[in-house]
Design a protein around this ligand. Structure first.
Ligand code: IPM
Ligand code: MN
Length: 368
């Protein structure tokens, strides 16, 4: 039986609560004899800062580099609002993405039938929704230099962030999007703002070239990022794969997540380039944050975290059937009426984080 080393980074807030549910699901899969998982735990974000004054330690970075996959829950919280910028909780997450070379962030927005009521849009607009946002994750304004606040002679200050993309960065993320589209609805919408940004002009040009050269069979459309935001809430089912830069991808994936009912539902995968043996560095994390307001109460929704583990099975371990069965277990449990507080809607009651995790693990056990 194959054995995989998973580096678990629960992080802050609700992180530890939701990652505990992943271990239950992993246990069911190993119990069925499909694979073995070794979990090693580390610290990231505020919890790492409290332990050693850094957003992630060198030792934990080395463990992340060596793991078959990293599973991260969430970082941040008001407790660390005043720590120095370089060691703020988010710095740990950004360093993991950058140092592991995880340039491709896959954020599926899937609306489970049973949850269409929980969406802020009308049922017919979101029922059956299945979008894949491919967000560039190691470039753009998140990492561009200079990035600074300087003092001006007149006593004012000047803040600069730099939006920068080179051809190869756009080429490789475009290729991920086109490959993904071929396995889905065969359509890619590429988004930027070439009407005001040079990086947008290059983005559109390179995506067009990659398409012409290698993926002419896939349907390609270009849409300005503001228009895409509007279309996402007007008629979201027009989209299949959306490819966009780091910042627009951050914004648009939050919008897309609410279409599915709750931010607590969306998993994500961050992948690096394939090496000679086809293996990629990878990190899996829910799109939601650390939700400090509900941390420790046992009411957080573990579905995005469990779904992220499912993506690890799919994209890192080749356990496609098990990944499908996790999605089905989630769907079945929702169809049976089980809800955590965030997706309660009109339901009369909601269950705890751990009851939701148990129910998904049990449904999976029956299906395996
Ligand atoms: C996300 C988050 C992060 C981001 C933050 C926590 C730095 O919002 O993963 O979407 O902006 O990328
Ligand atoms: Mn975000």
């Amino acid at each position: 039986m194959a054995s995989y080393n998973i580096f678990l980074l629960p992080g802050d807030g609700i992180g530890p609560e939701v990652t505990a549910e992943v271990e239950k699901v992993a246990h069911v899969i190993s119990g069925a004899g499909l694979a073995k998982f070794e979990f090693e735990k580390g610290l990231v974000g505020g919890s790492a800062y409290d332990a050693h004054g850094q957003a992630i330690s060198e030792a934990d970075m080395a463990r992340a580099q060596a793991a078959d996959a990293v599973l991260l829950a969430a970082v941040g919280g008001p407790k660390w609002a005043d720590v120095p910028y370089e060691v703020r909780p988010e710095a740990g997450l950004l360093r993991l993405r950058k140092d592991l070379g995880l340039f491709a962030n896959l954020r599926p927005a899937l609306c489970y039938r049973a949850l269409a009521e929980a969406s802020s849009l009308k049922r017919e607009l979101v029922e059956g929704l299945d979008i894949m946002i491919v967000r560039e994750l190691t470039g753009g304004v998140y990492f561009g230099e200079p990035k600074e606040i300087t003092n001006l002679p007149n006593g004012q200050k000047r803040a600069v962030d730099t939006q920068v993309y080179e051809t190869y960065e756009i080429e490789r993320i475009a290729a991920v999007a086109f490959e993904m589209a071929r396995k889905r609805g065969n359509k890619v919408t590429s988004s930027e703002k070439n009407n005001v940004m040079k990086s947008g002009v290059l983005w559109k040009e390179v995506v067009t070239d990659v398409h012409k050269k290698s993926y002419p069979d896939v349907q390609l459309e270009h849409m300005l990022a503001d228009a895409l935001g509007m279309q996402l809430v007007r008629y979201p089912k027009q989209f299949d794969v959306i490819v966009t830069d780091n910042l627009f991808g951050d914004l648009l994936s939050d919008v897309a997540s609410m279409l599915t009912g709750s931010l607590g539902m969306l998993p994500s995968a961050s992948l690096g380039a394939a090496d000679a043996s086809g293996k990629r560095k990878a990190m899996y994390e829910p799109v939601h944050g650390s939700a400090p307001d509900i941390a420790g109460k046992g009411i957080a929704n573990p579905i995005a975290m469990i779904g992220s583990f499912g993506m690890a099975l799919r994209y890192s371990f080749g356990l496609i059937e098990a990944a499908d069965l996790i999605e089905k277990a989630i769907s079945d449990v929702l169809a049976a009426g089980l809800r955590t507080a965030d997706i309660k809607g009109d339901a009369t009651s909601s269950v705890s984080t751990s009851a939701m995790g148990d129910a998904i693990a049990n449904a999976l056990k029956k299906a395996l």
